[in-house]
Design a protein around this ligand. Structure first.
Ligand code: HEM
Ligand SMILES: *[C@@H]1O[C@H](CO)[C@@H](O)[C@H](O)[C@H]1NC(C)=O
Ligand SMILES: *[C@@H]1O[C@H](CO)[C@@H](O)[C@H](O)[C@H]1NC(C)=O
Ligand SMILES: *[C@@H]1O[C@H](CO)[C@@H](O)[C@H](O)[C@H]1NC(C)=O
Ligand SMILES: *[C@@H]1O[C@H](CO)[C@@H](O)[C@H](O)[C@H]1NC(C)=O
Ligand SMILES: *[C@@H]1O[C@H](CO)[C@@H](O)[C@H](O)[C@H]1NC(C)=O
Ligand SMILES: *[C@@H]1O[C@H](CO)[C@@H](O)[C@H](O)[C@H]1NC(C)=O
Length: 275
């Protein structure tokens, strides 16, 4: 009896905490000097609110998917692939730290919205200069949308083209870049229209704080694969992307070279398509 009422209480506690997040277990606390954070604003913010371990360590696929569902209402099926890739960045068999995720080429990519390129220095920490492209986009209105998202992606890539001789920009990178941008528009705005308030997105990126105080509420409907995929495609389309050449690769460990480098496969494809 006690056990079943205890189990029943868990979701109630979680819902209360989300509705009243400025205090208690899920209150916002910026990371302390020994807490690890990384290149993903979404997961950093979850850790800053205690939905993931506040020390940024011992992050598992399961708790990542659970926290993303509880807080952002993202269907776990959308994230399970990227969460599994996250594990490749770690030397632990079944967990990663938020900092591990910066491993270039596994998930981490160039021309990010708020972080520098790996070859140019810091690919992990929020950088206001880089973020200003997004922050200042869609002038004159208080929302971002698919058009402005495309413009930002275009501008960030052009900047990397200009400054980073080591730029990696293949189908894999544009896919991830469009996906993370689309998820952001969906979580903070409308997954169908792609319109999202600037205020929520800026607070989240800059402070790695979930903008409850600004009036954000968890999306009423679960963000599912079909809708997020459609928005991802729209953002990519709006960004007029072209590859800078090269082949997509995945790094399979922190000391591994690009071991799944698909150059051989690319060459074959190129010869088939006559390029
Ligand atoms: C399944 C768990 C997740 C993992 C393992 C993960 C991992 C990562 C990694 C490695 C990056 C760095 C990419 C870069 O170079 O910019 C990143 C960036 C990003 N992630 Fe996550 N992420 C996860 C979930 C999420 C969720 C749920 C959201 C959205 C609500 C999200 C939004 C973003 C955004 C917007 C960026 C881009 C930051 C930028 O371009 O500056 N991520 N993520
Ligand atoms: C992760 O959790 C395990 C088991 O609870 C613990 O032994 C270990 O010290 C933790 N590691 C870190 C880095 O927190
Ligand atoms: C950039 O590319 C050059 C030439 O391929 C290489 O020597 C150098 O190590 C690369 N730098 C980084 C940070 O990857
Ligand atoms: C932020 O990015 C800009 C533009 O790439 C760069 O010049 C600057 O050094 C970066 N700042 C830090 C603190 O890394
Ligand atoms: C995005 O917003 C800008 C500014 O209001 C507008 O010009 C543009 O048409 C919008 N894009 C879409 C797809 O609605
Ligand atoms: C993409 O190309 C279309 C058609 O040329 C143009 O109207 C649009 O402004 C371009 N968008 C970007 C982000 O460059
Ligand atoms: C998104 O916008 C559409 C069209 O304006 C509207 O019908 C729908 O209810 C909105 N959805 C959300 C989650 O706000």
């Amino acid at each position: 009896m006690r056990l079943s009422s205890f189990v029943f209480l868990i979701p109630v506690v979680a819902v209360n905490a989300i509705a009243c997040p400025s205090q208690g277990k899920y209150g916002f606390i910026p990371p302390g000097s020994t807490d690890l954070r990384g290149p993903c604003p979404a997961l950093n913010a979850l850790a800053n609110h205690g939905y993931l371990p506040r020390n940024g360590q011992n992050i598992t696929i399961r708790n990542t998917l659970q926290a993303s569902q509880d807080v952002y209402n993202i269907d776990p099926s959308i994230l399970v692939g990227v969460a599994k890739l996250g594990l490749l960045t770690s030397n632990e068999p079944d967990s990663f730290t938020l900092d591990d995720l910066k491993l270039h080429g596994t998930i981490e990519f160039d021309a990010s919205l708020s972080r520098g390129d790996y070859a140019l220095g810091d690919n992990t920490h929020f950088n206001e200069t880089i973020f200003s492209t997004l922050a200042n986009s869609n002038p004159g209105v208080d929302y971002y949308n698919v058009t402005s998202a495309g413009q930002v992606q275009f501008a960030r890539l052009a900047e990397s083209e200009r400054t980073n001789p080591n730029l990696t920009n293949t189908d894999k990178e544009i896919g991830f870049r469009s996906f993370t941008f689309a998820l952001t528009l969906a979580v903070f705005g409308n997954v169908t229209t792609g319109v999202a308030p600037k205020n929520f997105i800026q607070t989240w990126f800059r402070e790695e704080r979930i903008p409850f105080a600004e009036g954000w509420v968890r999306p009423a409907c679960t963000l599912d694969g079909a809708s997020v995929t459609a928005l991802t495609a729209a953002v990519q389309e709006a960004s007029n992307w072209t590859s800078s050449g090269g082949c997509p690769y995945v790094r399979t460990g922190s000391t591994a070279a690009p071991t799944l480098d698909s150059k051989a496969i690319c060459k074959q494809l190129d010869s088939l398509t006559g390029q």
